[in-house]
Design a protein around this ligand. Structure first.
Ligand code: ZN
Length: 332
């Protein structure tokens, strides 16, 4: 799974421009799927039918491919590029000095703030410096509408502890890939690698309408509380994957939570519980689509969610795989 994580994090995927991530996933998932396709929104959907003893039921596993970033607005005569957010809940005050890379041109830039800004920094005070000296030079790096994602290395800080600006949710994608690779489920497994989650679950909403699963499980990252000063949050990195109880998009049915907790116990995996009022995930999209579907999730705790470089544990991700494999093996 490590090599998948490294390559997934190295590929840029601003919301709406997930093609590079989607191409990697479509290629890797092919040996484990009966059918792989991309839909109109850019979701990758891989369907794995049972080899024998088909239960006639379907389980959706989903992770999102996109990451937050910024979008180019205007290029001024001195070569600087004004930007707006692509992704919700982004705090302009935290972005000064961050590296970004424009997905289309591959050009690196650094975010600056207008000199002399007093008080709260807003997006209108921010620009990207790509080293251009005139408008034409800036246009070569980014035209209006081009997106950039936060740049930074993919590193293993310590054994099994990964750090990257886009572990959310490439780590979830790796978990779904690994689960599909190892699963011998009697159910049809529909893996949805979703586009445009960071701008409001748009890919997941479209994909969810195509299936009526007996269970949908969303794999995403969530904020841990084991960084200094964050102790009001209950989760810790390395403490095990977290069974979703609620986030801002869903209150998970008790029957679904019980099922996931029982699978974790059967698999011998220690789990935590995610109960967030703020975190967004695609779970709500699957829960509310069509006639509704039993939906839940497994969240991998991370430090510095949002636009920071997230730190998360491979052991927690492996635990999520083990819980999912047990869930997929059980009758529904
Ligand atoms: Zn996410």
């Amino acid at each position: 799974m490590k090599e998948w994580i490294r390559q997934l994090c190295a590929a840029p995927g601003p919301s709406g421009e997930e093609r590079r991530v989607a191409e990697l996933i479509a290629e890797w998932v092919r040996p484990y799927a009966s059918e792989v396709r991309r839909d109109a929104l850019g979701n990758v959907i891989a369907i794995r039918r049972p080899r024998a003893g088909d239960s006639g039921k379907a389980v959706v596993l989903s992770a999102h491919m996109d990451e937050p970033g910024v979008v180019a607005l205007t290029q001024d005569g001195a070569g600087f590029i004004r930007i707006a957010p692509r992704g919700r809940d982004m705090d302009a005050r935290t972005l000064a000095g961050r590296f970004v890379r424009f997905a289309r041109s591959g050009r690196l830039g650094v975010i600056g703030v207008d000199a002399g800004v007093q008080g709260d920094v807003e997006f209108r005070h921010l620009y990207v410096d790509v080293g251009a000296t005139d408008e034409r030079g800036a246009q070569e790096a980014a035209q209006t509408g081009d997106a950039a994602t936060f740049a930074g290395p993919v590193e293993e800080l310590a054994d099994g502890l990964f750090c990257a600006p886009n572990l959310d949710d490439r780590l979830g994608c790796a978990v779904v890939l690994e689960t599909l690779r190892l699963s011998d489920s009697p159910h049809t497994v529909v893996a949805v690698f979703a586009a445009q989650s960071e701008v409001g679950s748009r890919g997941a909403l479209a994909a969810a309408s195509g299936f009526a699963p007996a269970l949908a499980m969303v794999l995403d990252l969530t904020a841990a509380g084991d960084a200094p000063g964050a102790s009001h949050l209950p989760l810790s990195v390395g403490g095990g994957p977290a069974v979703k109880a609620q986030d801002a998009t869903i209150v998970v049915l008790q029957s679904v939570r019980d099922r996931v907790v029982a699978a974790a116990a059967a698999a011998g995996v220690a789990v935590q519980v995610e109960a967030s009022g703020k975190a967004h995930s695609d779970a709500g999209a699957f829960f509310q689509s069509g006639q509704g579907a039993p939906a839940g999730g497994i969240a991998i705790p991370c430090r510095y969610p949002g636009v920071g470089a997230q730190v998360a544990s491979l052991a927690d991700a492996q635990g999520a795989v083990d819980v999912l494999l047990e869930l997929l093996a059980q009758p529904l």
